[in-house]
Design a protein around this ligand. Sequence first.
Ligand SMILES: Nc1ncnc2c1ncn2[C@@H]1O[C@H](COP(=O)(O)OP(=O)(O)O)[C@@H](O)[C@H]1O
Ligand SMILES: [Mg+2]
Length: 255
Amino acid sequence: MESPTYVAFATQKGGVGKSTLTTLVASYLYYAEGVELVAVDCDSSQHSMNVYRDHDLVVTKENPYLKRALHRFYLGFDKKPYEIILTSPKDALDVADNYVDNAPEEKKPSVVFFDITGTINNPDIVDLISNMDYLFVPITTETGEMASSISFASAVVNNMMTVGTTKIKELKLVWNKINSREKTRLCDVMDNYMQKHGLSSLDTVLVKSNKFEKDGRETGNTGMFRSTMLPPDRRLIRGTNLEELVSEIREIIKV
Ligand SMILES: Nc1ncnc2c1ncn2[C@@H]1O[C@H](COP(=O)(O)OP(=O)(O)O)[C@@H](O)[C@H]1O
Ligand SMILES: [Mg+2]
């Protein structure tokens, strides 16, 4: 069995979409495409995957529609929800390696996702980031977030990747919260600028949508877009580019 691919969506700033992207991509891969995986949440200080999971456990009991959807889904899906392991940046690698070593053959993950905050000043985080195989850096068109993602990505590329002190094979920025399915003019201008600094972004952008606010508390006949226990509701995926995003990421990380 090959060793699993370590992947992180990381940025310095909070609120850009790390936990959201990690959850959406992990849930789509696991529940819709059958990829074995585990998530390591190293970000207990913020809204993170671990918080989402706790929330999902509650809403799938309280919301009758989600309760039925969960029941129906697991009739045809012979696995439990993927594990989300809460730990610190310092212990994250050991925890992940241990999980992989001890998993039974049929549960060996092909991918391990890490949800990391990117404070580049913290040596544990720098070490963790440098041990990823692939790094995806969410970026939005909000000025502060844009600057922060670019400076984080270029620190990784220029201080780690070109110096060869890292396992990272590829770093890609990912435009998130975009008002259209195509890159906007600002994205293109910034892509151009970033290219001059040795950075590049995925072709696919993740659309900005209030579907992200659907957290399962509102009742009715809608599922959830971002759930850690269910695949994203098919009706809610439409128009978001999520499927295209997952497919582009799969090509890069080769799973
Ligand atoms: N594409 C999007 N459209 C709308 N809201 C989004 C989108 N991506 C993320 N969000 C929202 O932005 C907020 C921050 O996202 P989050 O994933 O928690 O960021 P981070 O993990 O980087 O701190 C959350 O409320 C989330 O629902
Ligand atoms: Mg987060």
